[in-house]
Structures are given as structure tokens and as C-alpha cells.
Design a protein around this ligand. Sequence first.
Ligand code: SF4
Length: 234
Amino acid sequence: MDKAKISELFCSLQGEGIYWGKKQIFVRFYSCNMKCVYCDEEEKTFHGPYEEIDVETLRNRLLLLELENGPFHSISLTGGEPLLYADFLKRLSPLLKEDGFRLYLETNGTYPERLREVISWMDIIAMDIKLPTATHDRAFWKEHREFLEVGRRKGLFVKIVVTAETAFEEVERAIEEVARVDCTIPFILQPVTPYGEVAETIPEKSLFSFEQRARSVLKDVRVISQLHKLVGIL
Ligand code: SF4
């Protein structure tokens, strides 16, 4: 894969998870293997526009952004699903490490084999566990389990988007899967932001029951909503 389809390259604040508020460069890869109903990047992920960029050009643009607007906490490789471009990342990532960047991979956690190919260059892995009621897709427990096993070596944390439809059993299953691997992995419950087909967020009562259950098993549980939706930034 000589070139990757990039739908956006920009500087902003990380809006989710345990690095909430950190200044990053975002490389948004085009396309995804899922189609979550709450996807707030649907336009950019599936309908374009995008630019096809080779490794050296992207590297140079990132260096320029660092020079003009840095220092940054890290480069967020996001999407869409960046692991669709694992071959490209295998060539880009070692160069960015040579340049002194920290790499932050944001992924839906469904490609453990592709993660294996690039993990040695990653510093932080922000992994989603996708619940079927939230995505309206099939369950990915097998893929998520393998992904957790591979990703635990590198700054991994898990994020789960919870909605008004989320069932207690699904959250329990997610908690079990994380606990099987390592109960110290940070576990983030992210209340869905109403968008598109999603008209309402999760009721407080459900959110707190999930949080309490997670806290009874895991060591680091947090409820964190989306920063960029709160303050209206990209
Ligand atoms: S995995 Fe992420 S990018 Fe892909 S459809 Fe779901 S929310 Fe959108």
C-alpha cells in the first residue's frame, strides 16, 4: 500500500478517554469496517472527500505541523479505522518514531492481527469495545479478546460507548473480558452524545449501575464524555 486515504489532518485537543484535553495532531484515515449508528464522523469516514497521501509526504506534513504549532502530546492515528491501513502504518510509524513523535492509536479493537503488525511503534492504544445495542452490529467478543491480549503490552485503555439501549449483560461481558486480561486496564464508560439517529443519551441511573458494577471488578473505572461536543471544537 503506497498511499493511504486521509480525510483530515489537523491539530486539536483529544476529546475522549484518559488523555482528554491533550493537544494532538490528528491523522484521520478514511473508511471503516463497522457502521455504528452513533458514528459522529460518518460523513468523513464514508463519504469523503479524502486525499491519497504517500508516507514521505505525510511525514513531512506532520513535521511541519509540529514545527509551526507544537509541541504536541502525540499523534492520534484515528478514523474511520486506522488499522485498515496496517501496511501503510508499518512504513510510516518507524519514521515518526525516529522523528521523536509519540503515537496514539484510536481503534475499534476488531483487528488483533493487524495490531500485532504495528504494535511495536505504538505508545498508547485507545481501544473501543463495541456493544451490539450501541452499534446495531454483531458482537465482536472474540476479536476484542484477542485485541486486549495483544494491546495490553502498550499503554492500552478501553472505552465503551453506552446508550439508552445498552443492556447490563453486555457491559458485564465487557468488564469480564477486560478483567480476564488485566483488571488494571483503565476502563472508560462514555455516555453517547445524541447525534444522527441517536436522540437521547443514557439515563443517569443506568450509567451509575454500569459504573458501580465495573468498579467492583476493575481497578480504574471512569465516566468521561466527549470534550469536543461539550465545547464545540473539531
Ligand atoms: S468504529 Fe468508529 S469510525 Fe467506525 S463506524 Fe464505528 S464510530 Fe464510526
